[in-house]
Design a protein around this ligand. Structure first.
Ligand SMILES: [Zn+2]
Length: 114
């Protein structure tokens, strides 16, 4: 029963652990962190995002969400309630695992160089 309740990317890759996602901070100006599929060949690539605000030199979490194609896919497979519950747990873990100090510093140095 447990193995059925696995989150899957529409590309076919199963995501068993929130640590499986790739988390990339490229969109400095938008203060947005991308949540990517662990599969490098994934056609969807971006599964969600984490947004934050800067308070002085510190990055402060604002909001996080998965994109509709990924959510819809899993709702269709697992049912909305189950998918919603697991995906929320995943988001929480992703946000918790982010090195906010490093993000804050990266954003700071970026804005200084402009
Ligand atoms: Zn994928």
């Amino acid at each position: 029963m447990e193995s059925v309740n696995k989150i899957q990317c529409p590309c076919g890759t199963f995501i068993e652990d929130p640590g499986d996602y790739k988390v990339l901070y490229l969109k400095h100006e938008m203060k947005e962190i991308d949540i990517l599929c662990p599969n490098d060949a994934c056609y969807l690539r971006e599964l969600g995002y984490v947004k934050f605000d800067m308070e002085g030199e510190k990055a402060k979490f604002k909001e996080a969400s998965f994109y509709p194609p990924f959510v819809t896919w899993n709702s269709g497979r697992l049912g909305f309630e189950t998918a919603d519950k697991i995906l929320k747990e995943h988001l929480k873990a992703i946000v918790k695992n982010i090195d906010w100090e490093r993000i804050g510093k990266a954003t700071e140095s970026e804005s200084e160089s402009q």
